[in-house]
Design a binder for this molecule. Structure first.
Ligand code: ATP
Ligand code: MG
Length: 575
């Protein structure tokens, strides 16, 4: 392909709204153009790279035995009503009406459509297992679309769904997808890590996210270098030491001391308490009042820790969990916000497991402008259950081996999830078993953000000058810089090289613009093609063409006659 015959333009400056490197580079290198917030056009180079990622995904899905289908993006809302998700999806789902005033949705995902489909198609156990997938546009009205393709309102997802006769059989389908994902990200040149992920209502260790580690990632990833445990921060657990009152700070006195009130006018937050009492934040116990499916509950966490709402929600098994409003706090505790404590509360109280046996603590007194000190949870409060409930962070003990864990940031590029019978029950999707019984199919669902994956490649592989494409997803493997477009001999060498390389199936992008060499070099680095070949009159006079890899500073001068063979050799050696 020749630059002068394509709709490709690079930009010198970063687009104003772009915050992360990959977003800036995608726009500057001419891969995408913004239409409006969260909506992007793929330009010719962008489409080529996107198709490469999609093709890798397709090949590995097919290899894993999944069958490609294509379902409508426009879906009757009635399907979502049947699964109970029409309300649950809230404003994140685009809704519209057709001319008959029928409510429709633009699919954010396809569990409903696929379960309805397979429920109709599968009648016998002989047709199972069955995994179908599609590569298709999804729509989500994200609260904050940002980072270019990373969080868009319209994006391309590969979504796969497995159907099995039993939980055990579903395990095998899950594993096949997990393995396919590992191969896909590797082939895209990505270092992606599978981490345990939150399973929402379903529970169990049944969900993994594939994370590309990057400082700009929106997800926290907790990683144990000692034993390999890794989890999304939403999900991550920690081992907390088992306490006895004896081991508590100041426990000697606190055991003997009864709790006593302290006047703390206007001292509400942990920071204010630390100043007022001049002691460490972990001596305080925070009491948070939540409302779970309409009922108030209290939860206690150490003063220096934050509650993980996902864990709390899972423990309660509730559908909706939200912080109580001021009026509810007042009603439940008899005090304004900032003075809640566990003593005397009549609502259920849950506590982080690190507080089991805690004594000598300071908490709110359920009375305005007052705290109590010398609290012993065992003695003074009625805690229903102690569970791991805090957000885990850097340095916390691994739940498996107890060694300190590290906190990293990651981009979720893929997600595999065992669904069980949640949807097949809702859609009564059954098969006839060998024994002649009508049984529910057991499902799994598996997503890859194809457009997000493409951008993650750039986020993980770039330098100050631009993108560094791996050959597998590069829009073109080779760029030929034609330095003297008016020089016939130079043009002839470029023509020949193009022909020789393309005959070998190698995609070549030729910069044939009337531009200074410096401009061409800069753009080649920005666009990041794996191999750069410079053809100019000066070089030819010196003995040949220059071959350079994007990943290295070394330049080789190669005689024209050997150039094509040398380029092919380097492509297979170095990538
Ligand atoms: P996130 O937590 O990032 O919002 P999600 O967990 O809601 O994502 P899934 O429903 O698991 O996403 O979708 C499967 C995959 O689709 C994700 O792993 C991600 O790669 C991609 N994806 C999800 N939302 C977006 C989006 N708004 N823009 C681009 N890709 C997305
Ligand atoms: Mg997800």
């Amino acid at each position: 392909m020749r630059w002068t015959r394509t709709l490709i333009s690079t930009l010198r400056d970063d687009p104003q709204e772009a915050e992360i490197a990959s977003h800036k580079l995608m726009v500057r290198a001419g891969l995408i153009r913004k239409l409006s917030g969260g909506l992007y056009t793929f330009m010719p180079l962008g489409v080529r790279a996107l198709q490469k990622v999609a093709q890798i995904v397709r090949e590995e899905m097919n290899r894993a035995g999944a069958q490609e289908v294509l379902m409508p993006a426009l879906q009757p809302a009635e399907l979502w009503e049947r699964s109970g998700r029409l309300a649950a999806m809230g404003p994140g789902m685009f809704r519209l009406k057709d001319r008959q005033e029928r409510l429709m949705t633009l699919g954010p995902t396809h569990e409903e459509v696929v379960t309805e489909l397979l429920g109709g198609e599968v009648s016998s156990y002989r047709q199972l297992p069955c995994t179908v997938y599609q590569i298709q546009t999804k729509f989500r009205d994200e609260i904050r679309p940002r980072f270019g393709l990373m969080r868009a309102k319209e994006f391309i997802m590969k979504d796969a769904y497995s159907f099995d006769t039993s939980l055990e059989a579903a395990d095998a389908s899950y594993q096949a997808m997990y393995d396919a994902y590992t191969r896909i990200f590797k082939r895209c040149g990505l270092f992606a890590r599978a981490v345990e992920a939150d399973t929402g209502d379903i529970g169990g260790k049944w969900s993994h996210e594939f994370m590309v580690l990057a400082d700009s990632g929106e997800d926290g990833v907790i990683d144990c270098p000692a034993c390999g445990y890794a989890a999304n921060q939403e999900r991550a657990e920690r081992m907390s030491e088992v306490r006895s009152q004896k081991s508590e700070v100041g426990s000697e006195e606190s055991e003997a001391l009864l709790m006593s009130e302290v006047a703390t006018p206007d001292v509400r937050t942990v920071d204010e308490l630390v100043k007022f009492f001049s002691c460490a934040a972990d001596r305080f116990t925070k009491t948070l009042i939540y409302v779970a499916d309409g009922k108030p509950v209290a939860v206690l966490v150490p003063g220096d820790r934050d509650l993980n709402e996902h864990k709390f929600k899972r423990l309660l098994g509730c559908k909706k969990l939200e912080l109580a409003d001021d009026a509810t706090v007042r009603q439940v505790t008899g005090a304004p916000v900032g003075f809640a404590g566990p003593v005397g509360l009549t609502i259920p109280i849950y506590a982080d497991q690190s507080l089991n046996g805690a004594a000598g603590r300071i908490t709110g007194a359920n009375k305005a402008d007052t705290h109590v000190k010398n609290i012993s949870l065992a003695r003074d409060a009625a805690v229903t259950a102690f569970e791991d409930l805090v957000i885990v962070g850097d340095g916390d003990a691994c739940p498996l081996c107890g060694k300190p864990m590290q906190m990293k940031r990651g981009i979720e590029v893929g997600h595999v999830f065992k669904l069980g019978t949640k949807y097949t029950e809702a859609f009564d999707a059954r098969y006839l078993s060998a024994e002649g019984q009508r049984e529910l199919m057991v499902m799994g669902c598996y997503g890859i953000g194809v457009t997000r994956t493409l951008q993650a490649v750039i986020e993980q592989s770039h330098d100050a000058d631009g993108i560094i494409w791996p050959v597998s997803v590069a829009p073109f493997a080779v760029t030929l810089l034609l330095l003297d477009p008016k020089d016939e001999a130079v043009c002839e060498v470029v023509d020949t090289l193009e022909r020789e390389l393309e005959a070998q199936g190698i995609e070549v992008f030729t910069d044939d613009r009337e531009e200074r060499p410096g401009v061409k070099f800069k753009d080649a680095d920005l666009m990041g093609f794996p191999i750069r070949v410079v053809v100019g009159a000066k070089g030819l006079a010196k003995g040949g063409v220059e071959i350079k890899l994007r990943t290295s500073k070394d330049i080789a001068i190669v005689p024209v006659a050997d150039a094509a063979a040398e380029i092919i050799k380097r492509m297979s050696n170095d990538y």
